[in-house]
Design a protein around this ligand. Structure first.
Ligand code: 13P
Length: 270
């Protein structure tokens, strides 16, 4: 069980029992895109527009841009974060970023376990769980990605894959750690393909995942934010975001276009 100092969950257990209030989060994962110039105009467009009330917004940017993003977004209602974090605290780990360093740049979030890292960098379920733990210890909210490949879905293994990934997380973080985390269901076959999961497919996995959590702690399950990711765009956001267990989106390509990203946020506010 992770020991977390001085972090108070944004919801109280008593309130949660009465009325599970989950604020939606629309988070843009820029992946390895951007330049100082492009970022500046994208961010200025985001903060210059009327952003919807009752929806949290964030951008998850390449690490070299964290200082730029902090300077532009400080004092606005758009948070920011990183796309990965080390599972180590500090030391001789070339190329890695400690959670405490991300905290120094004002990060609120860190993605962990994105399928692009699981696949390209061989990240295991256990490593992803340790990364989430480090993020929590530094006061960041990990956005933990889960999801199956096309072959796994076609073999009917979606739930067993997601159960295994989730099991590794709960084993390390415990229910308390999960209560301070965000999950993102990102079916690999929907990422960057233009082929989103249908609203019904997303809801099925999200509802089931919340049920898995409820078996450990019902109050945590009721308050747990579960984002959907995979080809979310303005044209499919309303339907996806209206599902009862979809609490926002982790947006790739469409987050690089201010109007699209804002339209997704507005869809979440409906
Ligand atoms: P796309 O929205 O480009 O499909 O990417 C989804 C994603 O991987 C977000 O983390």
């Amino acid at each position: 069980m992770v020991r977390i100092q001085g972090i108070i969950p944004c919801w109280s257990i008593e309130q949660e029992v009465r009325k599970p209030m989950r604020r939606k989060l629309i988070a843009g994962n820029w992946k390895m895109h951007g330049s100082l110039m492009q970022n500046e105009s994208l961010l200025r467009a985001l903060i210059g527009a009327q952003s919807p009330d009752h929806v949290d917004m964030a951008v998850l940017v390449p690490a070299p841009y964290l200082d730029q993003v902090r300077q532009i977004l400080q004092g606005t209602n758009c948070a920011w974060g990183a796309q990965d974090v080390s599972d180590e605290v500090r030391g001789a780990f070339t190329g890695e970023m400690a959670a405490s360093m991300l905290g120094e740049f004002g990060c609120r979030y860190a993605i962990v376990g994105h399928s692009e890292r699981r696949q390209r960098h061989g990240e295991t379920d256990a490593l992803v769980a340790r990364k989430a733990q480090r993020a929590l210890e530094a006061g960041l909210t990990p956005i933990v990605c889960l999801g199956e490949s096309l072959e796994q879905r076609e073999r009917g293994e979606t739930k067993s894959v997601v159960r295994r990934q989730f099991g590794a997380i709960i084993e390390v973080l415990g229910a308390e750690g999960i209560s301070m985390s965000t999950l993102a269901y990102e079916p690999i076959w929907a990422i960057g393909t233009g082929r989103s999961a249908t609203a019904a497919q997303a809801q099925e996995v999200h509802g089931w995942l919340r049920q898995q959590m409820a078996e450990h702690a019902e109050t945590v399950a009721a308050g747990l934010r579960i984002l959907y990711g995979g080809s979310v765009k303005a044209s499919n956001a309303v339907e996806l975001m209206s599902q009862p267990d979809v609490d926002g989106a982790l947006v790739g390509g469409a987050s690089l276009v201010a109007e699209e990203f804002l339209a997704i946020a507005r869809a979440a506010a409906q």
